[in-house]
Every structure is written in C-alpha cells, then in structure tokens.
Design a binder for this molecule. Sequence first.
Ligand code: MG
Length: 259
Amino acid sequence: MITFKTREEIELMRIAGRVTAEVLDIMREAVRPGISTGELDRLAEEHIRANNGIPAFKNYRPSSNMTPFPGTICASINDEIVHGIPKFSRILEEGDIISVDVGAYVNGYCGDAACTYPVGAISEERMKLLKATEESLNRAIAQAVAGHTLGDIGHAVESYVKPLGYGVVRDYTGHGIGRKMHEAPQIPNFGKAGQGMTLKAGMTVAIEPMIMSGREAVRVGANGWTVLTVDGSDAAHFERSVAVLEDGPEILTKWQSFL
Ligand code: MG
C-alpha cells in the first residue's frame, strides 16, 4: 500500500532526512586511507543518537532466516555493491571506493541515503563510475514528478548508464519511505518510459541506482548480507530520499556531493 504524506508529515521527513544526510557529510570528511569501516559506523551512530534518532539498519532483519544487520551503516567496498557489514578490522586503502548507505528514524519518520566515496586518489575508471552513478541518480530524481511513472525513473537510470558500458543491479531496488524504511512501491533502476505506476503528490521515495562496471550478475557473500558483483567488477551506489510535491521533487536527504 502506498502511503501519501500530509504537509506535516513531509516536514517531519525533512528532519529525518537532514539527520541522515548529515551522517554522509561526516563520512565525506572521514573517509580516508587507514580508517576502518567500524570507525565510520561508530561516527554515524553517534551522530544519529545525538540528534534523538534511531539507526534504521541496526538489527534490521528482513526475514527470519537472516541474521539481524549489525551496523548503523552499510559499508561496501569496490566489488561489494550494497549491504557490506562495517568492521573495525576492515581498513580502507588508497584507491578503494566505498559506498556508505545510512538510514535514520527521527520522530517516527525515516530518512535513507547513500553515496560512494573515493579513498584518497582513485583510478580514472573508478571516478568515471562514481560520476556516472551520481548523474544517473540526478536524472532519476528529475523524473520524480507527479504524473510521471515509475518506468520514467528506471528508464532515466538505465538509458544513461547502459551506453557507458555499465550494468544495472536488477535484484535490489529503491522504495517508498515514510514511517517505515521500506514502503511500497518498489522503484527499479530500469524500465520503460511511460510505464508502471503513476506518481502522485504526497509520495515519498528513496531512489537508489546501484551500478556496476561489469556484467549484470550479483551474489550474496558468505555472511548472508553483503551483495557483490559476480565478476569482481566495481560497483557504486548513490541514494536520496525524495518527496514528490505539487511543484516538483524535493530532496529530503541533501548530502553534499564530493564531486
Ligand atoms: Mg534505500
């Protein structure tokens, strides 16, 4: 079921979105060679709790056969696409790329956002992937307009990245967001323009292209959580929570781009 938000609820979602985006602004400064993903996770949790928030991912358990997610952030490095588990033993190295995904509940509403950061100096190929994935997110957000369709959003992502030789993750999607982190509808990063559900004012959605430099095949790692590319190619993930308003899309998680 789609939940449409009132003006008052959108205002609460702006607050949750702000706290969530601030975590990524902290990450943007903190990511560097030598820091552990466990330390990044600690910084994220500290900020959310200092703002009366609750980390949305911590102890999240989508089904009974999965272990609860242990982190405040998902920290996914290089060929890890999403859902990487942060650890004090996992140290970032110069040249890595790291996707940080974070969600926070504040006053009962959720924000969800992600960005992939360069660790020190990275290769031209990796920078190109990061720029293309962020651009695909921007193009998708531009389609989050009342009267447009979910297919318009997916098409904006897919039609931009495929000619660059990149693959789109198809098994994981964006989603509605509100009182719950994952609400209807699912928002694929592929599709045909004009097809699928029509967007209406009052919808709030998390749009999150996951793009890989190689073949479109993914696998789940031995820990039951981390999603990786099958061919070992790199992946990037950028996400913003967005409100579909009468006068156009409003970004609720206004993290700063590193570009
Ligand atoms: Mg999300």
